[in-house]
Design a protein around this ligand. Structure first.
Ligand code: NGQ
Ligand code: ZN
Length: 450
């Protein structure tokens, strides 16, 4: 057991001064206030941030889809570029890319990542010799980097709401329901203190309703996180209306037992009723502001959702940016640009945008990850972030402005040290194995360069 002390620690109710806590078997435990601490961590300590949505392989194509191919470029033309890139990634490349990504996540202050994983099979659609090879590559990458993982093997069966077959480049995503449940069962047997397994339904356009029902009835998800891409593009809202006679969120709320196990990723296009419906269900709205901006998706109705006490979390999705600060900043900035007002994301407990967003994303991210995270309290996994109190931005800051300064003061990374499950992964801003992992990443990218 090791005990720590910090000047301030961020707790669900706000900053707590002169905090002491211990870490035992990878979890926080309380200690007597007066006990001497083995180590003083620094002035500002935060719980680590969960990243609730990741397609790890996409990290390696950041910057490769920013050239206009057609004046009508959109999410759907980006997807073609992404599919072409995905076709070059096998298990070794996936592990190398994911490990590099997870190093970058840790250095930015994320301590858990939810992998929405659908790149299951060989490019021609045949399973690998070990059908779980790609899932295992992600588990190995997370273990090497030291980040917590919520692995969400993804069910993907159709190429559209009309039930059409998967396209050629989608074949490696697909499973018959039985094969999918076998994969899920196997992965669930690998759960540990840092690996949680849930499920993802890729989207309503990729999962027929009977298959969704079979997964929900399998007994394998009763206590597990369930994620789905829900209403990112107007085109899918229109297709859903045409073929299921309801908008995506409306259909899901009416046809699935949506509750706190669920995360609705890209709940972008919502009616007021759908917004209130998600909030009332307890499901997490999974928001990925930098990717949603990059793909031209649209803006989530943040103010209305917070007014309805909705639960939200953040993800870096396509990893066009790997920074919780930038996700939260753009979540707020989108609303400011649209409404021409300032300081939108506030709550009854705090008038600070930084405090509201950081606190909400910790809470919702932990729910989405299905893990005991998001607070420095007895029993929670010992994940924390120590900020660089020597950085000029943080000099002379009092607690009232600290998280606002962290989120809104520019681009120098203020994360100094990061612990996951009691282990230091990042010290003085650098991951413990950054060099080796970066070298292997470089070799992998050279193999698959276009
Ligand atoms: C994905 N990404 O699964 O990687 C998707 C694109 C799709 C985002 N939606 C593919 N951001 O939705 O069909
Ligand atoms: Zn996604």
């Amino acid at each position: 057991m090791t005990s720590y002390r910090s000047d301030y620690a961020w707790q669900p109710h706000g900053w707590e001064a002169d905090t002491a806590f211990s870490v035992e078997h990878g979890r926080f435990a309380a200690i007597a206030e007066a006990a001497p601490a083995d180590a003083r961590l620094g002035r500002w300590v935060l719980p680590g941030m969960p990243n609730l949505h990741s397609h790890a392989f996409q990290r390696a194509m950041a910057g490769l889809a920013e050239r206009q191919t057609n004046p009508e470029d959109s999410f759907w033309t980006w997807r073609e570029t992404m599919y072409a890139f995905a076709g070059r990634v096998g298990p070794d490349e996936l592990q190398a890319i994911a490990a590099q990504l997870y190093v970058e996540m840790l250095e930015a202050g994320y301590t858990q990542v939810c992998e929405f994983h659908y790149l299951h099979h060989q490019p021609d659609g045949r399973p690998y010799a070990d059908a779980a090879a790609m899932s295992l590559a992600l588990i190995d990458a997370a273990r090497e980097a030291g980040i917590g993982l919520t692995l969400l093997p993804t069910l993907y069966q159709t190429g559209g709401f009309d039930g059409r077959e998967l396209g050629e480049r989608q074949r490696r995503f697909g499973h018959a329901t039985d094969a999918y449940l076998a994969l899920l069962q196997r992965l669930r047997s690998l759960e540990s203190a840092t690996v949680r397994v849930g499920v993802a339904l890729h989207s309503l356009r990729a999962v027929p309703s009977a298959s969704m029902q079979a997964v929900l009835d399998s007994g394998l998800v009763d206590d597990a996180p369930i994620h789905i891409h829900i209403a990112e593009q107007i085109g899918e809202v229109q297709d859903c209306l045409a073929l299921r006679n309801a908008r995506p969120v409306e259909w899901l709320l009416g046809n699935a037992p949506v509750d706190a196990r669920w995360t609705l990723v890209h709940a972008t296009h919502l009616t007021a009723e759908e917004t209130r419906g998600i909030a009332a269900s307890g499901a997490v709205a999974g928001l990925c502001p930098t990717t949603e901006a990059n793909l031209g998706d649209g803006l989530f109705p943040l103010k209305e959702f917070l007014a309805a006490d909705g639960v939200l979390g953040i993800g870096s999705d396509s990893h066009i940016s790997v920074s919780p600060v930038e996700e939260l900043r753009w979540l707020e900035y989108g609303q400011r640009l649209q409404s021409r007002h300032r300081n939108i994301a506030v709550s009854e407990s705090s008038g600070s945008v930084g405090e509201t967003l950081w606190g909400d994303a910790l809470f919702g991210g932990a729910r989405a990850a299905g893990a005991p995270l998001g607070a420095i309290e007895s029993g929670a996994r010992a994940d924390l972030v120590v900020l660089d109190d020597a950085a000029p931005q943080l000099v002379a800051r009092e607690p009232a402005h600290l998280l606002d300064t962290f989120v809104f003061s520019g681009n120098r990374n203020l994360v100094r040290d990061v612990m996951v499950a009691g282990q230091w992964c990042v010290r003085d801003g650098r991951h413990r194995d950054a060099e080796r992992i970066a070298a292997r990443y470089a070799a992998a990218l050279k193999r698959i360069a276009v």
